[in-house]
Design a protein around this ligand. Structure first.
Ligand code: ZN
Length: 611
């Protein structure tokens, strides 16, 4: 199932007995006894598979649900057998904060995307806040793209932000290719990204009502009457009436009750009639109390989905030690009953939780106010530094810094670092449950649906012919302990440090090229000649203009020419025809369509490049 209309796709079944065999084009073939692919009915299955990739175009040429031997391919083919490891589509992490430019010391494109690549993540979508400038204007987006250029190890897309007064920037940002918008209903913690009021939300909804985008919310809002004023999201004041020490996690947790989330969601829903066609989305849902509200809204036709995060599924408040601010995020990690509730919602057939993301939101170790025992080895600039930089650039002297209480959950920055660790975190947590979710569920939640959420279903998130050849090779039985070497993000501060994980990403392939190999030379980053990958060029999701044509008496619909071309092996018997029909030209290359084979009763059509 997809999350929004613009991301529907046509399933293109795989030819059953037609391995590509064109000796002019060097191919890469990856096989395994287990791969997560689609069956004829478009269900995710685990099957033996032969993936043929074109390093030239960066796309998947074909997928066969069987293992072909190397002798089936020309001698210059790169052939890799990964059995029994799993071949998965690269993960699409639809919620990360990369903070560059402006707060690059927190995280940058180079370190953030290296961490992603090391964990089988091949696409990250960057949140509009915590870099300076924020992505709230078309110029801000340009700055982001400029900062990212030449630094990215995986493909990167960008969200835009809604803040008070930027309504005129929203349509230009859609034009410029942002993959959705995010706004805060409560203070965000950074000065340049203020919260929106209900009238700002209403204006954003009407402005975006007929655009193919998604409007997303940080759904926490202080109900009108509350004992707590734990107000800012990331750096908050203690509640007026603290229920305990500020270094105790339970004090922090009770300052941000589930009512913050449900109240915010009710507020958003109360405005949803203003844009009935606009896709709405709740980022990082934590409180299970919000689930029935979202379900009821969806049942009455509101287009709203929600994501949850690895940390809400893997961690629980009872287990957070006093002062361990590595666990601070907003909304907070709640108790294990809440965690169980999120898992059962994920397992329900019609879950409102359609995606799982990292919400990787790092900062410098100093801003986490980690107690001494926890800050060792995390890269903090320590005692010799004269001064440190606060969240909003303010300079804090050494004396002032030392006066701040270590382990204060209210004064420390809220955000959890985990980009690139998501797959093992989820797999470990799943395997500890009595009813674990399957690897096909993981692919659905972290690849297929996250790609759909950001309008990239036509090229990301699934192993299908014509899609980007983004592959994660996963040893689902391997184990490791999270140490500095596994945390490739910039600041080595994460609640997962020291935890034993199940599931090891062995290799990551991006658009037909291997970018990461566990235990390989150069830290495992390979085949790049030291040159980081270019940023995702296709910022704008091309509008879906189905191409209809009649071919051999049948009406055929093609969504995208460029993603479907297929070079037929010269020996391939074109069945039922040996002739093809020109349909379009693209940069002087004439494209043809032909039916190559039949898959059951369905004819399979491919677009062929005329050589
Ligand atoms: Zn976030």
């Amino acid at each position: 199932m997809t999350l929004n209309d613009r991301s529907t796709y046509l399933p293109y079944p795989t030819p059953a007995h037609t391995p590509p065999n064109d000796s002019n084009i060097p191919l890469t073939v990856i096989v395994s006894s287990r791969a997560v692919i689609f069956d004829q009915d478009n269900n995710l299955i685990v099957s033996p598979a032969t993936l043929t990739l074109s390093p030239q175009t960066g796309t998947i040429i074909s997928i066969l649900p069987t293992i072909l031997p190397p002798t089936s391919f020309p001698p210059n083919t790169t052939y890799i057998d990964h059995s029994p490891h799993l071949l998965l589509p690269g993960l699409v992490d639809a919620h990360v904060h990369l903070n560059e430019p402006g707060r690059t010391e927190w995280e940058g494109f180079n370190t953030g995307t290296r961490a992603a690549a090391s964990g089988g993540v091949t696409t990250v979508i960057d949140m509009p806040l915590n870099a300076i400038p924020p992505t709230t204007t078309a110029n801000g987006l340009k700055e982001k793209i400029k900062a990212a250029e030449g630094q990215c190890w995986v493909d990167v897309g960008f969200y835009g932000g809604i803040i008070p007064g930027n309504a005129l920037e929203l349509l230009p940002l859609v034009e410029a290719g942002v993959r959705g918008f995010k706004g805060f209903l409560i203070e965000s913690g950074v000065d340049e990204f203020p919260a929106v009021s209900s009238s700002d939300v209403a204006l954003a909804m009407t402005t975006l009502s007929s655009t193919p985008t998604t409007l997303m919310f940080h759904a926490e809002m202080i109900p009108p009457i509350t004992a707590s004023v734990g107000d800012d999201v990331q750096v908050s004041l203690p509640p007026l009436e603290p229920s305990g020490p500020l270094t105790s996690y339970s004090t922090f947790l009770s300052s941000r009750p589930p009512a913050f989330e449900t109240y915010a969601i009710e507020e958003i829903l109360s405005l949803s009639h203003l844009a009935p066609e606009l896709q709405l989305h709740i980022v990082h849902l934590s409180a299970i109390e919000a689930i029935p509200i979202l379900r009821a809204a969806r049942d009455r036709g509101v287009k709203i989905t929600a994501e949850t995060c690895f940390h809400y599924l893997a961690l629980a408040s009872e287990e957070v030690a006093d002062g361990d601010t590595r666990h601070k995020c907003c909304p907070p990690i709640r108790n294990s009953v809440n965690r169980d509730g999120l898992w059962s919602e994920l397992a329900s057939p019609n879950s409102v939780l359609q995606t799982i993301v990292s919400d990787h939101s790092p900062c410098t170790p100093e801003l986490k106010l980690l107690p001494d025992g926890l800050s060792r080895g995390c890269g903090a600039s320590h005692s010799h530094a004269r001064e440190i930089k606060g969240v909003n650039g303010e300079i804090i002297s050494k004396e002032e810094a030392e006066e701040r209480e270590k382990g204060d959950f209210f004064a420390s920055w809220g955000g959890i670092s985990s980009v690139g660790l998501g797959l093992p975190i989820l797999w470990t947590a799943a395997s500890e449950r009595s009813e674990p979710i399957s690897i096909t569920d993981v692919v659905r939640l972290c690849s297929v649906n996250t790609a759909a959420q950001v309008g990239l279903s036509h090229k990301k998130g699934g192993l299908r012919p014509g899609m980007d050849a983004d592959v994660c090779v996963f040893d689902d039985k391997g184990e490791f302990v999270v140490g500095r070497e596994q945390m490739l993000f910039r600041n080595k501060v994460s609640p997962y440090q020291g935890r034993k994980m199940r599931g090891v990403v062995k290799e990551t392939w991006l658009r037909g090229q291997k970018v990461f190999e566990r235990d390989g030379a150069n830290g495992g980053f390979v085949d790049k000649g030291g040159l980081p990958r270019e940023i995702e060029k296709d910022q704008i999701h091309p509008p879906i203009m189905p191409l209809r044509l009649t071919f051999l008496g049948q009406s055929v619909e093609l969504r995208s020419i460029s993603h479907l071309f297929y070079t037929p092996p010269p020996t391939l018997p074109l069945n039922p025809c040996s002739k093809s029909q020109p349909i379009a030209s693209d940069k002087n290359v004439l494209l043809h369509v032909a039916s190559l084979t039949r898959f059951g009763e369905k004819p399979v059509f491919y677009v062929l490049r005329n050589r």
